[in-house]
Design a protein around this ligand. Structure first.
Ligand SMILES: [Fe+2]
Length: 394
């Protein structure tokens, strides 16, 4: 048995932005005040996670009823004057509750495990995951060769799409594979060293679940931007993943340098408050963005970032201040600001040849990647899944 590792002792990275004075919000004149019941809710949830560190803790009916009551109380006190904003806030709070419950089921967010790994290699990966929420892990040369052979006919197809001007993600990636190729992928990404380490970190059995092979080129992902001066390229597109029971990996299949959209992690967790982490991820729900944007934003196009349209900004401003957490941040960080320096100063950029990779806990550690400036990137996005985990918060 290895020594206990302090669980994510890294600092937090949620930018402390004054949205009421932010240049994106000059058209918003009303900001909801803090709410006492949201304060009580935050305290309730954060204490619940602290108590859940005790291995004897059980999320029983009494605990669930108390949690329900705290959320219901906060929902009752939400501002009601604007019906769209009220629907947005209600949906946001309900989804935050769903994510908090999912997080409570995932022991890695609440307990310090004693790593129990059969090999020193998997123990080393688990320990990095405990300490920092991510672990760089390069593949062996023969593994890279097997992967390159498995997608040899796929790359020309994606490249042809790129050359014909396609920038839609589905035209530049593939995530459905035949059994033979899945067997090859599983032999690399599902090897015991990795799944044992991730299982140890998550506190539940983990399996390789599948992957997407992606070509990234300049110009994709632009709909996520605000537009104009609010696209801070140094911090754009940092985000948390919503699902907390699906650790991820990114592995390159070509050399990736500064201009090729390297995967970058903040080297810090979003917040020390489990409540804030759940709210920040709930805020990124596209269905909620659609409520704020109205029935048909730009003829069926995705509504984009919540802050990219006036109704979205107003919906955000209508939330009690305790609920104004943004899990998809960076665009709004002013260039040259202290917040920008704090984020950029801690980030870990993954540069390197084919086979360079990282395993990470995307619901805890903000990350970004694929924002290509002049080059291109070929990478696998690898998904793992805790066995038996519910998929209801995808
Ligand atoms: Fe992500």
């Amino acid at each position: 048995m290895n020594a206990p590792i302090p669980h994510l002792a890294a600092p937090t990275v949620a930018p402390d932005l004054d949205y009421a004075r932010h240049p994106a919000f000059t058209d918003v004149d009303r900001w909801a005040p803090p709410s006492a019941s949201c304060d009580a809710l935050r305290l309730h949830v954060d204490r619940l996670f602290s108590r859940a560190c005790d291995p004897t803790f059980r999320l029983d009916e009494r605990e669930l009823a108390a949690l329900d009551a705290a959320f219901a109380e906060a929902a009752r006190d939400l501002p009601r004057s604007d019906p769209v904003a009220a629907r947005f806030a209600e949906g946001m709070l309900a989804y935050a509750k769903q994510l908090a419950l999912q997080d409570l089921e995932t022991p890695r967010l609440r307990a310090r495990h004693l790593p129990r790994c059969a090999t020193a290699e998997s123990a080393a990966i688990a320990e990095r995951m405990y300490a920092e929420g991510h672990c760089f892990h390069s593949l062996e040369p023969d593994e890279v060769e097997r992967l390159q052979a498995a997608v040899a006919d796929e790359y020309p197809r994606l490249r042809a799409h790129a050359e014909s001007g396609e920038t839609a993600r589905e035209k530049l990636s593939r995530n459905q594979w035949d059994a033979e190729r899945m067997r090859i992928f599983a032999s690399v990404f599902g090897k015991p060293r990795i799944v044992e380490a991730l299982g140890n970190y998550m506190g539940r059995e983990v399996a390789f679940d599948g992957l997407a092979f992606e070509l990234s080129i300049p110009g994709i992902g632009r709909w996520l931007r605000y537009g104009g001066d609010l696209d801070n390229l140094r911090t754009i597109y940092y985000h948390l993943d919503r699902t907390s029971h699906a650790p991820k990996g990114v592995f390159y299949l070509c050399e990736v340098g500064e201009d090729d959209g390297p995967t970058t992690l903040t080297g810090a967790r979003y917040s020390d408050s489990p409540f804030e982490c759940a709210v920040a991820r709930a805020m990124d729900n596209a269905a909620l963005h659609r409520i704020a944007a109205g029935p048909s934003p730009a003829a069926g196009q995705p509504p984009g970032h919540l802050f990219s349209h006036r109704a979205g900004r107003a919906a955000f401003a209508s939330l009690p201040s305790q609920l104004r957490q943004v899990g998809h941040f960076g665009n709004d960080v002013p260039a040259g600001s202290e917040a920008e320096r704090a984020i950029v100063g801690r980030e870990r950029r993954m540069l390197g040849p084919a086979g360079t990779g990282v395993l990470f806990d995307g619901a805890l550690v903000p990350h970004r990647g694929g924002i290509v400036t002049t080059g291109r990137r070929l990478a696998f996005q690898v998904i793992y899944r805790c066995k038996g985990a519910r998929n209801d918060a995808e």
